[in-house]
Design a protein around this ligand. Structure first.
Ligand SMILES: [Zn+2]
Length: 724
């Protein structure tokens, strides 16, 4: 992600600014009031270190970098960067852990710093059990190789020769399953040689969480994850629960064992494991695991070294802080009081029952207090627009590093709790159906006397360190005069200082990314087709048709009326017999009132078109390898038009449907006046019925337009499956 033309030596962007005296003052205040003398996290992070490889960059088969720890080496300069909140710099250092670690003697090993999440190897009776095989094949493979290499070096030859006997996905986010093909093959799972175990609802949620609003979520990733920011003290420094996102090949092997009960005990490669389903916590499908003979508790992503997101800024349904707290509490009573080690999918393990209980209780209380404390204030009349300035977590929790705001933040989470219970409206009619910012901004600017006095005042506020105040008026000016680059640059300067002052990477990245887009505009984006296609294989026909319904442009669909009965047939492998089984699904898709609806399990008596297609051919359409028209013309789809229908030809119905669909552009403008340069056209060659959601397809290619009129393009692959 590096740019080459650094004109401003201390900043990756020629327009970038260093921290001001006000930002430095805040930095010093945090530095002198927080408990930096407490080094427990560093002791735990380093404990059990075995080895790091001699490389710090992981590449794919074509030599493209998919993981890069080297770019963060500036953090080792022992320099205190005033452009990074001191508490965040501390977390960023902790996340420089890199290599293989022993978690429980001879039995549990973790590779950390090879991806956003950790990969864990647990010794079974005959082989290895892998917990959470990272985001992409390349990083998982590298981690697995490092692990085997280290075992050989330690003289544990038999251990090194053991095979992977089970893979356990803790939850439905891609950084916990996408690299599975780096440790096993799909055949291993299919022929039953390897158990692939997942919590209830895993597959459904792994695919569906990111489909309906997928394009918008992907675009918002650029804010939360700061995807276009350089790794730099003034740019991207950390991702709170890991260093960054990996950008290689995203795969998926479907689970062959689902954990359905609240608690389920299973023998996994000869080892007793107790699974605790925790749906609706950090992910819609998630589970903890306890391993009795090792007294080891796996907390999945339910407990990490930070407040997690109740609302994840890339966009997702708001999570339930109270339920999350209750599930941690249950785990505390079931497992926490007898565990010697607690290890997790991010961050580092905690040892001794006393320490495990301390962290579990603090995390339990943090989520419960967030829920209760915010609702307490809401019941007194504090609104969603004020709560982040009113609600504070208790001081005893503020003093603990593992409850600090790195990934989630108390500020944005507190608004989310109100949103969950009361919705977005503060009950003031003025905010109920307000005019849009582009409509009202000119009035404000006019009343304030135009651009000149606003910029004058904003500069004064900037000099005084009143950045949020300056944003109030500059944001109005940017909406009223989107072409005014001076206003946008000044607004960017304010965002930048606010970003530097944040402890949370989600907040920091969002402000710094906003500054970057105001200065340099939106990058050119294109989806890479090659990655993440396994996800499409597992997408249901119904979900695909629901997504098609979202692609319908109301105006283009005006007056159209048709009903399609769709039957799909899927062969699935026989059990012990040679017989092939056929799985049939029947759906009705109807276009009426410019609305495309889908119902599963029904057929309409008087449909216009009856389509019978093999499910595998539908998947080809979803992938864009073929089209429905081609399937009909090649007789791969059996298409029958009802003689009563107004249509004569099945192709006409498909054409009519396709004519209503639009392909979403990922590079849409968020901040006023930041549209990509006119001579940069976004590449989008997806077919109308193709699943074109980058978050599902896995990877994006970002062609970055460089500063000002002198446009240069550089390619950056950004893995775009949605995380956490
Ligand atoms: Zn994760």
């Amino acid at each position: 992600m590096k740019r080459t033309n650094h004109n401003n030596g201390d900043h990756f962007d020629p327009k970038g600014k260093q921290p001001t005296e006000h930002t430095i003052k805040k930095w010093q205040n945090a530095k002198h009031t927080m408990a930096f003398e407490d080094k427990q996290d560093f002791i735990e992070m380093k404990k059990g270190f075995i080895k790091a490889p001699d490389y710090r960059v992981i590449k794919d088969a074509n030599g493209k970098v998919v993981w890069d720890m080297e770019q963060y080496e500036f953090l080792f300069n022992i320099k205190e960067y005033k452009s990074i909140h001191p508490s965040l710099q501390r977390q960023a250092m902790l996340n420089m852990n890199y290599g293989l670690y022993e978690v429980a003697k001879d039995n549990i090993y973790q590779v950390r710093g090879f991806d956003l999440a950790n990969i864990t190897f647990i010794k079974g009776k005959t082989g290895w059990i892998v917990f959470d095989p990272l985001t992409c094949t390349e990083t998982a493979k590298a981690a697995y190789e490092l692990f085997k290499e280290a075992l050989i070096e330690m003289g544990k030859i038999d251990d090194a020769n053991r095979k992977v006997k089970a893979v356990i996905y803790s939850h439905s986010h891609a950084d916990h399953f996408g690299g599975v093909k780096g440790v096993i093959t799909p055949e291993d799972a299919k022929n039953g040689n390897v158990e692939v175990i997942a919590p209830k609802g895993f597959l459904e949620h792994a695919i569906s969480e990111n489909v309906h609003a997928g394009n918008a979520m992907s675009r918002r990733m650029f804010m939360q994850y700061g995807l276009m920011l350089d790794a730099h003290p003034c740019g991207h420094v950390d991702q709170a629960i890991g260093k960054n996102t990996a950008t290689g090949e995203l795969g998926l092997i479907e689970p062959n064992v689902e954990i359905v009960d609240d608690y389920e005990t299973r023998d996994v490669d000869g080892i007793e494991m107790i699974f605790q389903n925790t749906p609706g916590t950090e992910a819609p499908a998630e589970m903890n695991t306890y391993i009795p003979h090792l007294k080891a508790f796996w907390a999945a992503e339910n407990i990490v070294a930070t407040i997690h997101n109740i609302y994840t800024l890339r966009g997702a349904l708001v999570r339930d802080a109270l339920l999350w707290s209750k599930k941690i509490n249950e785990a505390l009573y079931e497992f926490g009081q007898k565990s010697n080690v607690m290890f997790t999918a991010h961050s580092w393990p905690r040892w001794t029952t006393r320490r495990i209980q301390e962290v579990m209780k603090d995390q339990r209380d943090m989520y419960a207090n967030l829920n209760n404390g915010v609702l307490h204030l809401a019941n007194k009349g504090v609104t969603i627009n004020e709560i982040h300035n009113e609600y504070k977590i208790p001081e005893t929790l503020e003093d603990k590093w593992h409850t600090r705001s790195y990934h989630g933040s108390v500020k944005h989470n507190s608004r989310a709790v109100i949103n969950r219970y009361l919705g977005y409206w503060d009950a003031n009619p003025a905010t109920l159906i307000p005019l849009s910012p582009y409509e009202t901004a000119p009035l404000y600017v006019d009343m304030m006397g135009g651009s000149t006095p606003i910029i004058y005042k904003a500069k004064e506020l900037y000099r005084d360190g009143q950045y949020l105040m300056a944003v109030e008026i500059l944001n109005k000016l940017a909406y009223a005069r989107p072409e005014n680059q001076e206003a946008k640059d000044l607004l960017a300067d304010c965002y930048e200082q606010i970003g530097y002052q944040q402890e949370s990477t989600s907040l920091r990245n969002s402000f710094l990314a906003g500054a970057n887009e105001l200065r340099n505009r939106v990058p050119k984006l294109a989806a890479l087709k090659k990655s993440g296609l396994d996800m499409v294989d597992s997408m249901t026909t119904e979900l695909w048709l629901e997504y098609i319904g979202i692609k319908v442009d109301n105006n283009k669909a005006k007056g159209l009326k048709f009903i399609i009965n769709l039957t799909t047939e899927e062969e699935y492998p026989p059990g012990l017999t040679d017989e092939l089984n056929i799985k049939v699904e029947s759906l009705v898709a109807e276009m009426s009132n410019s609305t495309f609806t889908v119902i599963n399990g029904y057929q309409h008596n008087e449909c216009d078109l009856k389509l019978v297609v093999k499910r595998k051919d539908i998947v080809e359409v979803m992938k864009g390898e073929t089209t429905m028209t081609e399937l009909i013309e090649d007789c791969k789809a059996e298409a029958t038009v009802n003689p009563e229908s107004e249509y004569d030809d099945p192709i006409d119905i498909i054409n009519d449907l396709e004519s209503t669909l639009v392909n979403f552009r990922l590079g849409f403008e968020i901040l006023p006046g930041t549209k990509a340069f006119p001579n940069i056209e976004e590449v989008n060659q997806t077919k109308p019925l193709q699943v074109d959601i980058p978050s599902v397809l896995g990877s994006l290619q970002v062609l970055r337009n460089d500063i000002s009129t002198n446009i240069k393009e550089s390619e950056t692959a950004v893995n775009h499956n949605i995380l956490n």
